[in-house]
Ligand binder design. Structure first.
Ligand code: 3HC
Length: 319
């Protein structure tokens, strides 16, 4: 795609409008590239930080089976993070830059992971609601215009489905257990319902990025559309468990064919996003500590790679 910048942008838009996938070596507007680096790296940060609230329960899982499932899920999240960092690197953003932006607070990650997990029921509610909300968004992202991101989503969505099902099974066991267990499930739902709705981002009229991201087919559905789909899908699941959605304004609207629901506390959302949530500081401090502890692994891997490259060069020179 050659020519002046204007026709390059026009050609690019026509290419995207033609449902073509943009690949790393294709020309792309610098803003498109920066938007993708921002979104994909923050997605990766969310996966990695999201390991912490759940890892908190690995040593306290109520059975060996539950421990194995939780271990598998947390390991999956690590893999998702690494996968997504690699997708962001195809846009020329070094891994080190992304990590330091996370640790300095310059980059965001999903605010949902700044809430504590005081009860075992939270392991179920996170899998059911948080991974459920993530799936709603990520299935849409399997059709995003940037090729490496869309392809990464296909693999990640398959594993998220396991995450969501195992979470729902945990909550179902509690909801169908003793009255104390059912109360534990309800108390957890009360704490995670609204932060899960916030995962989809600010409302469409408040979102500074959505219009352009929709135009470039980075986003295929708006924040509010995905949020509504999630509510419509999840409320019947809550009712099946005999639990109650903590929203007195929730009611089915026959004319709309959707649930009407109450007003989200956006002050809470922006407060947590700005670093004032219950666990923000703890999450970043833990990430910094783990990253520093793992420095020797990166040094060893780099030393090995350099030795290999030198050996290849020497044998090439000798041949
Ligand atoms: N938490 C923290 N920040 C959020 C947020 C949230 N839940 N929702 C939106 N924001 C931020 C945005 O990053 C943006 O800030 P920035 O411009 O500095 O990055 C600002 O709020 C305005 O939001 P917009 O809607 O305009 O921004 P986007 O167009 O980027 O849309 C998004 C936000 C829908 C989260 C989009 O970035 C996206 O789809 N990201 C990919 C999916 C993702 O990151 N999901 C996070 C959870 S992953 C997960 O849960 C893993 C699972 O395994 C548990």
């Amino acid at each position: 795609m050659m020519g002046t910048n204007v026709s390059l942008e026009e050609n690019f838009q026509a290419y995207v409008d033609g449902e073509n996938k943009v690949e790393p070596k294709d020309w792309m507007p610098e803003k498109y590239r920066r938007t993708l680096i921002r979104q994909i790296s923050q997605h990766a940060h969310s996966e990695i930080i999201g390991m912490q609230p759940e890892a908190n329960w690995i040593t306290r899982a109520p059975s060996l089976r539950a421990k194995l499932i939780l271990l598998a899920k947390v390991q999956d999240e690590a893999g998702h993070g690494l996968y997504l960092y690699s997708a962001a690197e195809t846009l020329g953003e070094p891994r080190e830059t992304m990590i330091s932006d996370l640790q300095s607070g310059k980059a965001k990650y999903s605010s949902i992971f700044n809430y504590p997990t005081p009860s075992w029921a939270d392991m179920g509610t996170i899998g059911w609601l948080v991974d459920g909300a993530a799936i709603q968004n990520q299935v849409m992202l399997t059709r995003t215009s940037y090729g490496p991101y869309a392809r990464a989503m296909v693999k990640i969505c398959k594993e998220e489905s396991f995450h969501q099902r195992q979470g729902y099974e945990v909550v179902m066991k509690l909801a169908q257990g003793t009255p104390e267990q059912k109360a534990m499930a309800q108390e957890s739902l009360n704490r995670w319902w609204w932060p899960s709705l916030m995962m989809f981002g600010p409302s469409d009229d408040e979102s500074p990025n959505s219009a352009q991201s929709m135009k470039w087919k980075i986003k295929r559905k708006s924040n509010d559309t995905l949020r509504q789909e999630f509510v419509d899908k999840t409320v019947p699941q809550v009712e099946y468990l005999g639990l109650t959605v903590p929203d007195s304004d929730l009611k089915w609207n026959e004319a709309r064919g959707h649930y009407d629901f109450g007003v989200i506390n956006w002050d809470e959302f922006y407060n947590v996003v700005q670093g004032n949530g219950p666990c923000n500081k703890e999450r970043i401090a833990h990430h910094v500590e783990a990253h520093e502890e793992g420095a020797w692994v990166r040094e060893a891997a780099n030393a090995f790679a350099q030795k290999q490259a030198q050996r290849k060069k020497n044998t090439g020179a000798a041949a």
